[in-house]
Design a protein around this ligand. Structure first.
Ligand SMILES: Nc1ncnc2c1ncn2[C@@H]1O[C@H](COP(=O)(O)OP(=O)(O)OP(=O)(O)O)[C@@H](O)[C@H]1O
Ligand SMILES: [Mg+2]
Length: 267
């Protein structure tokens, strides 16, 4: 298993614009040049002492595109998400998010990019157990001024934006004050989705977010997630073992253990 990265940077991030909108002259920022939401070119990666997980992997995700990613256990799905989020560093090749090359950013700038522009739903959700559902969903707006500003464009306050998301994802108001540790698994998953979506990050990453759910609940959750992604105009990288969910996506990318490629969504 890939170590679950911290979902957001630990310190408040300086203000900056979103993907494709970096102003000129900001230190550590690349001017936008590539309109793809995500672009991997010739990416190789091996864990220390291990055989390569990827060799020369190419993958492009257009803005607003939704990609279903599958492959056997150990084929590198979580590793791929870690690379895209800038938590892992490729041994060769380039990764760009919204036209910005991760390799050209300092560690703190990569953390900021992730905090501002990437919503990450972890397989085990990584909610803060002693915080309420609402405070968990609000967290990214505390870490990122950009997310806070985008939330304020959608609602009167970040808390209202987080509450609206919780409600749309099926968490009723009477549960908003309940500590995350006292929610059901399905409810925790919805809170994790609200946290990933608050402040409309342009890229959403989801690592097997339906694995703890039965088929019907998993599909219903995915449909809600896709609806919220469309509302936020976010691109989506969605990892799942469950091929039945692939029909909801326009494109499927299958990892094989040494790389990957496109395959029919229904296949
Ligand atoms: N922290 C780590 N240190 C060393 N090797 C790792 C680490 N995390 C994963 N690996 C190895 O990298 C390869 C890819 O692992 P990864 O977790 O990306 O697979 P996966 O496709 O997400 O699998 P699963 O479906 O079981 O979640 C595996 O061979 C795994 O053993
Ligand atoms: Mg995995």
């Amino acid at each position: 298993m890939v170590e679950p990265p911290s979902p957001e940077p630990l310190a408040p991030a300086p203000d900056r614009q979103g993907v494709g909108g970096a102003p000129p002259g900001v230190p550590g920022e690349e001017p936008p040049g590539d309109p793809s939401a995500v672009a991997l070119a010739g990416v190789s990666f091996a864990w220390p002492g291990g055989r390569p997980v990827f060799e020369g992997l190419d993958l492009r995700l257009a803005t607003g595109e939704r990609l279903f990613i599958s492959g056997p256990s150990g084929s590198g799905k979580s590793t791929l998400l870690g690379l895209v989020a800038g938590i892992l560093t490729p041994t060769a090749g380039d990764i760009e998010i919204g036209g910005r090359a991760l390799s050209r950013l300092s560690g703190p700038a990569r953390d900021r990019l992730r905090g501002d522009d990437v919503g990450y739903i972890f397989q085990q959700f990584n909610l803060v157990p002693y915080l309420s559902a609402l405070d968990n969903a609000l967290l990214p707006c505390g870490f990122s001024k950009v997310r806070r500003r985008r939330a304020l464009a959608a609602a009167a306050s970040p808390a209202e934006a987080a509450g609206d998301l919780l409600a749309r994802l099926g968490i009723p108001r009477e549960l908003w004050a309940r500590k995350a540790a006292r929610l059901s698994v399905g409810q925790q998953q919805r809170v994790a989705a609200a946290r990933a979506l608050v402040g409309s990050p342009p890229l959403l990453i989801a690592d097997e977010p339906t694995s703890a759910l039965d088929e019907e609940t998993g599909l219903a959750f995915l449909k809600l997630l896709l609806k919220e992604c469309a509302r936020a105009e976010a691109s989506l990288m969605f990892v799942s073992h469950d091929s039945r969910l692939a029909g909801e996506f326009g494109r499927r990318f299958t990892l094989t253990g040494r790389g990957g490629g496109d395959s029919p969504p229904g296949g």
